[in-house]
Design a protein around this ligand. Sequence first.
Ligand code: SF4
Length: 346
Amino acid sequence: MSDFSNSFKKKYISSTSDGFMQLTIMPTEKCNFRCVYCYEDFKIGKMKQETLDGIKALISQSAPELKKLIIQWFGGEPTLNPKGIKEISEHIVALQKEYGFLYKAHMTTNAYVMDKAMFSEFVDLGIIDYQISLDGMPEQHNKTRIKANGDATFDTIWKNLCSYQEIKSEFNIVFRLHVMQENSQSMLELSKKIREQFGQDHRYMSFIRNIANLGGSSDEGVDKYVPNEKKKLDDLIEEMSQIMTTDKHKSHKKQGKDPYICYAAMPRHLTIRADGRLAKCTVAFDDDRNDLGRINPDGTLKINGEKFELWTRGFSSLNLKELACPNTNLPTERKYKEDKIEVTMV
Ligand code: SF4
């Protein structure tokens, strides 16, 4: 690992260490949007009280040994269950005051129902990192990021994004800008709009990436959105980045030189689904190998250790591909034992 930066080495080591815990929590798997390229199936509704209780108990039991806790709010659309998010976050903030561990919380949201009041409450509860997607100017964005009832979404999202600027607190909003076939002109215009509105606010930044086919329920037809001319794509991304970048507004077009470690590969990471099932990857929910067990209301976890090992194998093989995406080339010839081990994650 000698060629990698200290921050990569630190991430590698902390990902396996006792005292580190990362949970991706899906407070609902329903969504108010139907983005044309989305891979989710929206079958599972709001998280039940017994699962919320289980998560709180898990964190309570882990708290005395915790050094760093990372929570990622994911869905479906997490903001459709603000009560569940607040209940767990308030519990964490109280534990953090008592035990002093580091706590970071991140949310992937479409920002449609997250008005200034909701956002402000979340920020006060320590959820300060957000990723929000935009697909272009209104006319273009409203073709691909549409509400479940078919309505347009751009104006409401933009109004919400601007309203957060009135808040004095620190937070980080990353615009995830989806480059697709046929939205280049719109993306260049959006880049100018972002610079005008957010170019002097260091709390907002941009991340440009192209749409990819991740598989799933809307698989058919996704390919027509995936850019197929690499040179054109690279030029567009470069131009967008130049338009948006100011001394305050950063714009990222690709990852740094350090290899990426997916959270699914990390031994100290779990995804907790809205129905209390446990997973690793947030893409392959239809795959039985990603159905690892469940969380009990008392905070104990039933985990199939053999499946768990498949996802974390990169940490023993040190294979960079298995660390970057353990979902690729997942071994298939496995028979899992029925018996599951009961663990408490501390
Ligand atoms: S394992 Fe691969 S597909 Fe799953 S979340 Fe990680 S990078 Fe994405």
